[in-house]
Design a protein around this ligand. Structure first.
Ligand code: ZN
Length: 370
């Protein structure tokens, strides 16, 4: 090739490089514009236009666009706009050029959307695909959806895979809930699950109370009483949750247990409440009314008052000679100030304390109103 030929080739190459650069510059500019437009729509509260504009940006496939998309999807979900969150995440999955690692992230986000939107079967399927690929966050999601669906034994199975520690309070909660579900149909299966719960976390009040319920159902009243005592030693704040266990243990075992505890803590409102309920079961109605009244008077947090309102709402009509005492109690329970207990994690309110928040699925998240 001549000297002139080399020169021409060099010029052609340079031209090609410039053209490439110009093209990249043009694309980046377009993408930046689409991005800015999307941000503007978000700011002006027009989610549909924002999704459309950001789709243009994401089509060009830069990490920034994907990042923005994900942030927007999380924002939609946080504000409860699940239809838009789902549409946005589905859109993202349809775009070509999404890196495999990012794809997993988007699929996980979509599964979260489904769960928050109550589309539990869709969430379950989406989480399961990711969980099978070893995604830990998806496994946690899978476990929570199984709990939402009431498939507690499966949820416990997933939690066992997740947990590496010897003691696992969360697994204990799951197995305790499973035990309570199974007790109605099959006492021995329920008892096995309760024993597994206590094995998973020997100091879990939830597990110990579930065990007491199972022992009581199996006719083992002294074992039930022992487990209730252990539960209240571990967590005196769980007293209001101990009623099903006391009921299962039977009056003969429950009354001495509650009275022995009251002797040590005479001003404890939940214990007076429990004593009242046991006395009621025993048919000692006037004493029961006095104990329940005492519980209301001693209630500092309002939680016993709330439990009492719940009890009175569910209670059967009183016998004619008990009407006055019942009325007295009802008025007192309604007059006392009591705010609902609140989930410390998601803020959901509940009239009575529960082991698990129905809204966010957290265990032991309820705090006494104060
Ligand atoms: Zn919650």
């Amino acid at each position: 090739m001549t000297r002139q030929g080399w020169l021409l080739a060099a010029i052609a190459l340079l031209g090609a490089a410039l053209a490439l650069l110009a093209d990249r510059w043009w694309r980046r500019r377009q993408e930046a514009r689409a991005y800015l437009r999307g941000v503007r729509y978000v700011l002006s509260d027009d989610p549909d236009a924002a999704i459309a504009a950001l789709s243009d940006a994401a089509q060009l496939g830069t990490p920034e666009a994907v990042e923005t998309y994900l942030a927007l999807g999380a924002l939609f979900r946080r504000t409860g706009d699940l239809a838009h969150a789902i549409r946005l995440h589905r859109n993202m999955l349809l775009r070509p050029g999404l890196e495999p690692a990012r794809r997993v992230e988007v699929e996980r986000e979509l599964a979260h959307d489904y769960r928050r939107g109550g589309m539990l079967e869709e969430a379950l399927a989406a989480y399961r695909v990711l969980a099978d690929q070893g995604d830990r966050a998806a496994r946690e999601g899978l476990r929570d959806v199984l709990v939402d669906l009431g498939r507690l034994a499966e949820a416990a199975g997933v939690q066992r895979q997740l947990s590496s520690r010897a003691e696992d309070p969360l697994l204990a909660h799951l197995l305790a809930a499973q035990a309570r579900g199974e007790l109605a149909a099959d006492v021995e299966r329920g008892r096995a699950a309760a024993l597994a719960a206590v094995t998973a976390a020997p100091r879990s009040a939830d597990a110990l109370l579930a065990l007491a319920e199972a022992q009581g159902a199996a006719g083992l009243a002294p074992d039930a009483a022992e487990a209730i005592g252990a539960a209240l030693d571990e967590d005196p704040g769980a007293a209001l949750l101990a009623w099903p266990a006391l009921q299962a243990a039977g009056v003969a075992a429950a009354l001495p247990l509650v009275e022995a505890r009251l002797a040590l803590a005479p001003d404890d409102a939940p214990l007076h409440y429990l004593r009242g309920r046991v006395l009621q079961r025993a048919g000692r109605t006037p004493e029961a009314a006095a104990a329940l009244r005492r519980a209301l008077e001693l209630d500092v947090t309002g939680e016993t008052t709330l439990a009492m309102r719940d009890l009175l709402r569910e209670a059967e009509a009183p016998a004619p000679d008990e009407l006055a005492a019942r009325h007295d109690l009802l008025v007192l329970a309604l007059l006392r100030k009591a705010r609902p207990v609140r989930c410390a994690r998601c803020g959901a309110e509940s009239p009575v304390r529960q082991w698990r928040c129905r809204r966010c699925g957290a265990f032991e998240s309820f705090v006494a109103p104060g």
